[in-house]
Design a protein around this ligand. Structure first.
Ligand SMILES: [Zn+2]
Length: 323
């Protein structure tokens, strides 16, 4: 039977997102199931395969119609072997994912880090629109990133290439980061950071708006801070300005080295829209070599939660076109 489809999987600590896609990256069918994370790696891998089989059955197809399975995982991956070095959210250490799933499925398996697959998804079918030199950054609980140079992900020697969230933007005295150092971009531009700063100005009595929301809801969201800033609350505007400053600064370092045509920004914080993007673009221009700044567009991601499965499918697509 002709291989007409690709399976794409976005494996997370809480959910397995899986999709069947055409060879050109159109989603035919998708689903999401809880990750049986406490039952061990073999069970998670088994559940992943059951989910793909279920999608195939619903589509009236069999495994033989798949060109392969692409998977994005939340941790660094050995590019040569498709083994996962470590995935904290899955409690995985040195799991030979590619090998195990190849044995289980009889199919060709491609594995990469989930920040990289999200970047590849945006490159292939999203805001990157085929840009060969592109940086994708996700502003969520943390700050993730993927760097694409000449159409290929930069992995580096240990699979941690593109860790944009840990670019140092404050050399001394910055907030403590999850990585154990201080002053990383993630500690200023993530949702966690914006909530931290918003809560602080509320506690210091600098923002009546945020203090009122905090009083009512018991906690702030990043959206609360952006809403207050958009409504003109000066302290909230300062929080947004600071996040944009550090983001523009961090991105300028990348642009000066890589000269990307596009920087695609996604994740919950990016939902703040032009209010944030205009500020980031202004700071970015301030710190970026002029030719690099002029040739780079900073745009919002457009695929949302589908970026992961589409980018995972790209891994298989890329192998096919390479044959
Ligand atoms: Zn860090």
């Amino acid at each position: 039977m002709a291989q007409t489809m690709i399976a794409g999987v976005d494996l997370g600590g809480t959910a397995i997102k899986a999709a069947l896609l055409t060879m050109e990256g159109d989603i035919l069918r998708k689903t999401q199931v809880p990750t049986p994370v406490t039952e061990g790696a073999d069970r998670v891998i088994g559940r992943m395969m059951e989910t793909i089989d279920q999608l195939l059955a619903e589509e009236g197809q069999q495994r033989s119609s798949l060109a392969g399975i692409g998977i994005g995982v939340p941790g660094p991956v050995d590019e040569a072997t498709g083994s996962v070095h470590e995935a904290v959210n899955l409690y995985w250490k040195s799991v030979p994912l590619k090998q195990k799933l190849e044995q289980l499925s009889g199919l060709s398996i491609s594995v990469d880090n989930d920040a990289n697959t999200a970047a590849l998804g945006e490159m292939w079918r999203g805001a990157g629109q085929g840009a060969k030199d592109m940086v994708a950054i996700t502003l969520g609980t943390g700050v993730g990133g993927g760097v694409i140079a000449n159409g290929r992900i930069i992995h580096g020697v240990r699979g941690v290439g593109g860790e944009i969230g840990h670019v140092t933007v404050v050399p001394a005295g910055g907030p403590l980061c999850n990585c154990g150092r201080t002053g990383c971009l993630e500690t200023f531009a993530s949702a966690t950071a914006i909530i931290r700063e918003g809560t602080q100005v509320a506690a210091e009595g600098k923002s009546e708006t945020l203090a009122a929301v905090l009083e009512q809801n018991g906690a702030l969201t990043a959206k609360d801070v952006f809403d207050a800033a958009k409504a003109g609350d000066a302290a909230a505007v300062k929080v947004v300005d600071d996040a944009a400053y550090y983001l523009g600064l961090g991105l300028s370092h990348l642009a000066n080295i890589l000269n990307p045509g596009k920087i695609v920004i996604g994740g919950g914080v990016a939902a703040a829209g032009d209010f944030l993007f205009e500020r980031v673009r202004e700071e970015f221009r301030r710190y970026t070599f002029s030719h690099a700044a002029e040739s780079c567009e900073i745009v919002p991601a457009i695929l949302g939660n589908d970026a992961g499965v589409i980018g995972a499918a790209w891994l298989v697509h890329e192998q096919q076109i390479g044959k």
